[in-house]
Ligand binder design. Structure first.
Ligand code: TRP
Length: 324
């Protein structure tokens, strides 16, 4: 029997190449696990409840991003969280025995409330307190064994294990204790050297055209001490080099040419732009296929059906052992 995997992302806008390694981890895991990949729109509502977001567009966009990178809907269930009502039901039932103090002590909880209150957003809501509980419901609903996540999500998966343990102790053993899996995620700066983020306008999107890629690479900050082509460069302070480290197999040569003043920044940027095009072009091609009307919708519909099938089996058990 293959183990099961659940993971999700909030539909909050187009993904960029900073997200790529996480999705590529999913793509690799598809071969060895039965995977459930969910667009977690309910989670997005916990922080965006007053933003009047158009989720139909946001969900389609992120589904397209996943499919373009290589999530294969023939082997993995790709679906929208709110389309599978069992997520909400299991969250409710887990809430019966989850102490408030467990939720309040999640490290990001108070931080986020404070941070977002500075932006005028009030997160002192029941829904936001329940964010990690909903996430536990996501994971446990499929009896997931492994949860691929970013490092920031580890405390949430830990809490999920505690909730599973408590459930199994109070009622009967229904849930495996899921392990987090933090794949290799190289730290990718934005073109200005800060963290890559859509809100900083320094990101390279997964749909970037060759022209956009060139423009973005043009904007990258290089070694300020290098005024002429034959000045010796310092790759450790150069954003272009940080990208070469991730996307250029012959990076050792790039470093040598920079330090030795043998290749100038203009040529070095052209080299990087070519490699980024090689990376992104196949995504754009696959995306064109999936963009045909009806294709994404079909994937999400069939994904939800498969998810519901598994979820309903778990919920029957949960009802039974909770005496409902
Ligand atoms: N909280 C996760 C994030 O912000 C998204 C998420 C929701 C998730 N439910 C999940 C991730 C279940 C893994 C498993 O990235």
């Amino acid at each position: 029997m293959k183990g099961r995997i659940f993971s999700g992302m909030r539909p909050t806008g187009a993904l960029h190449i900073g997200h790529l390694s996480v999705i590529q981890n999913w793509v690799d895991l598809q071969k060895d696990y039965e995977c459930y990949f969910s667009i977690v729109d309910l989670h997005a509502l916990t922080t965006g409840y007053e933003d009047r977001l158009d989720f139909s567009q946001l969900r389609r966009d992120i589904a397209l991003d996943w499919l373009s990178v290589g999530i294969n809907p023939d082997i993995s269930a790709v679906f929208i969280q709110s389309a599978v009502k069992e997520h909400a039901e299991l969250q409710l039932l887990l809430g019966m025995f989850t102490p408030l103090s467990w939720l309040e002590r999640v490290p990001t909880y108070k931080d986020q409330i404070q941070q977002l209150s500075q932006q005028g957003k009030d997160l002192g809501m029941y829904g936001f307190l329940g964010y990690p509980l909903l996430m536990a419901a996501d994971i446990l609903l499929y009896k997931s064994n492994v949860v691929p996540v970013g490092e920031d999500q580890i405390p949430h998966v830990e809490l999920c294990r505690e909730i599973a343990r408590r459930f199994n102790h109070l009622y009967e053993t229904v849930f495996p204790e899921p392990k987090d899996f933090v794949g290799k995620v190289p730290l990718l700066p934005g073109v200005d050297g800060r963290k890559m983020s859509k809100s900083y306008h320094n990101a390279i999107s997964l749909t970037a055209s060759p022209k956009e890629i060139k423009e973005r690479v043009q904007q990258m900050v290089t070694d300020p001490a290098r005024l002429r082509k034959d000045d010796p460069g310092h790759p450790e302070v150069c954003v272009v080099y940080k990208f070469h480290q991730i996307y250029t197999p012959e990076v050792a040569e790039v470093e040598e040419n920079c330090r030795g003043g043998k290749v100038g920044c203009v040529a070095c940027k052209r080299h990087l732009a070519e490699n980024l095009e090689k990376l992104i072009n196949p995504f754009r091609e696959r995306r064109t296929y999936w963009e045909e009307p009806g294709r994404v919708e079909k994937v999400l519909k069939e994904g939800a059906e498969r998810a519901r099938e598994t979820a309903s089996v778990t919920m029957k058990e949960v009802h039974s052992v909770m005496g409902l």
